[in-house]
Write a protein that binds this ligand. Structure first.
Ligand code: MN
Length: 228
């Protein structure tokens, strides 16, 4: 039996220093993982447990993409994020097992229709129209854990048209990567192909057509996006 139409291929991410690619199967995103960002959005942080939303893998764009300003919004926002990519299975994992299952790290942009997200919050509706936007998970090349080293106080930063917008350190994350993977593995059988966008620091804001975004985390390949 043949497919009725050509099935879309999963997106693939380059891996720094290697010729093979990382296929992305699922994209989990953590909300409110930096206290200063939670405060700027008028929220308290939950230090007990992270919470999540998801993005379709078919909405992943590779770093370097040139994408149109999306429809349905007048307030499209940047959120610069540290991304982890799973290399092994994790299910009901403790911290050590969770950490050992991470393949590598990268830079990502959780682009957001902030006006639609705000409306959804107001009406207690899901965030999909605000968050699961075509091209709104922009992911850079992955750096294997062995090359990145320990996650500590590396700087995470974003410029728009060369102007600083976001700057923090990974040490400011409320839930670190091992805690996130351990917690998420209580609800999902995580495995290779699963990536987690670990939340954004303070300084989120609007972008416009023609803007050029450049995000960095010390030790990772950058993430770049041009809005046409
Ligand atoms: Mn985010």
């Amino acid at each position: 039996m043949a497919d009725l139409f050509p099935a879309p291929a999963l997106p693939r991410l380059p891996i720094a220093g290697r010729s093979d690619l990382y296929p992305v199967a699922r994209v989990f995103c953590v909300g409110r993982n930096y206290a200063a960002h939670a405060a700027e959005m008028g929220n308290e942080v939950d230090r007990e447990a992270p919470f999540y939303f998801t993005k379709s893998p078919f909405h992943v764009a590779r770093s370097g993409a040139r994408l149109p300003y999306p429809p349905g919004t007048a307030d499209y926002h940047h959120e610069m994020e540290f991304v982890l990519a799973m290399g092994n299975e994790a299910f009901g994992a403790d911290r050590a097992a969770a950490e050992a299952a991470i393949f590598g790290y990268g830079c990502g942009l959780d682009m957001t229709r902030r006006d639609l997200q705000a409306a959804a919050k107001e009406m207690r509706r899901p965030w999909d129209l605000g968050k699961d936007v075509e091209g709104a998970a922009v992911l850079g090349a992955l750096t294997p854990v062995a090359d990145f080293g320990r996650v500590a106080d590396q700087r995470i930063a974003l410029t728009v048209n060369g102007e600083a917008r976001q700057s923090a350190t990974l040490g400011e994350m409320i839930h670190d990567c091992a805690a996130i993977v351990a917690h998420l593995s209580r609800f999902y059988r995580l495995g290779p192909g699963d990536v987690v966008m670990t939340g954004t620091p303070a300084g989120v804001g609007p972008v416009r057509s023609g803007d050029v975004l450049h995000g960095t985390v010390d030790g990772c390949a950058p993430v770049d996006l041009a809005l046409t």
